[in-house]
Design a protein around this ligand. Structure first.
Ligand SMILES: Nc1nc2c(c(=O)[nH]1)N[C@H]1C(S)=C(S)[C@@H](COP(=O)(O)O)O[C@H]1N2
Ligand SMILES: [Mo]
Length: 159
C-alpha cells in the first residue's frame, strides 16, 4: 500500500485534511466496513463509513451538500449531506492491497442501498469510482451524472 494521500476532504468542514490508506486504517473500529459484498454482491473490497470520515473532519452546520470528485475521468456527483449520511461507504482496500482501478480504486464511493440509475439523488450513478476529493458546500455543486438513457449508454460505452 502506498503511504501517499489518496483522498482530500475540503470545503465547509472544521478540519480539512488528506487521508493516506494508513490514516483510514486508523479510524475507529466501529467505522470499518470489512466486506462490501454484503451490500453489493458483485462488488469487492473493504473500507470505512462516510460517517467515520465526517467525525474526523467535522462538517460545518451550513454544509448542506457534498460533492464527490473523480479527477481521473472528470466525473462528479453532488448530493445532499442529510440524504447520504449513514448510506455512504469509502472503499480503499482489497485484502492487504489497494483497490484496483478495475474495481474503481484506489478509492471508490459506494451507497449501501442505491436506486436505479437516474431515479434519485442516491442512485447507482453516484457510486463514484476513482474518488479523489470530497468537497462540502452550502449549495449543490458540480454534478456530471448522465440525465438521459442516451447519455448513460454513451458513458458506459466508454468504460
Ligand atoms: N469516476 C466515475 N465513476 C462512476 C462512473 C463514471 O463514469 N466515472 N459511472 C457511474 C455510473 S453511471 C454507474 S451506473 C456506476 C457503475 O458502476 P459499476 O460499473 O461498478 O456497476 O458507476 C458510477 N461511477
Ligand atoms: Mo449510472
Amino acid at each position: 500500500m502506498t503511504d501517499a494521500p489518496i483522498l482530500i476532504i475540503d470545503g465547509l468542514v472544521s478540519r480539512p485534511r488528506t487521508f493516506t490508506p494508513r490514516d483510514l486504517d486508523e479510524l475507529p473500529e466501529e467505522g470499518k466496513v470489512p466486506d462490501v459484498s454484503r451490500y453489493h454482491p458483485n462488488r469487492r473490497g473493504s473500507g470505512v463509513t462516510l460517517e467515520a470520515i465526517l467525525s474526523e473532519v467535522g462538517p460545518k452546520p451550513e454544509a448542506n451538500y457534498l460533492t464527490l470528485h473523480a479527477d481521473r475521468d472528470d466525473f462528479h456527483v453532488s448530493i445532499p449531506l442529510n440524504a447520504v449520511r449513514g448510506e455512504g461507504i469509502v472503499v480503499y482496500r482489497l485484502g492487504e492491497r489497494e483497490l484496483d482501478l478495475k474495481d474503481g480504486g484506489p478509492v471508490r464511493f459506494l451507497i449501501k442501498d442505491p436506486t436505479a440509475c437516474h431515479s434519485s439523488e442516491l442512485d447507482d450513478c453516484a457510486n463514484v469510482k476513482f474518488l479523489s476529493r470530497i468537497e462540502f458546500s452550502e449549495r449543490k455543486g458540480l454534478d456530471t451524472r448522465p440525465t438521459t438513457e442516451d447519455e448513460h449508454a454513451a458513458l458506459h460505452e466508454g468504460e
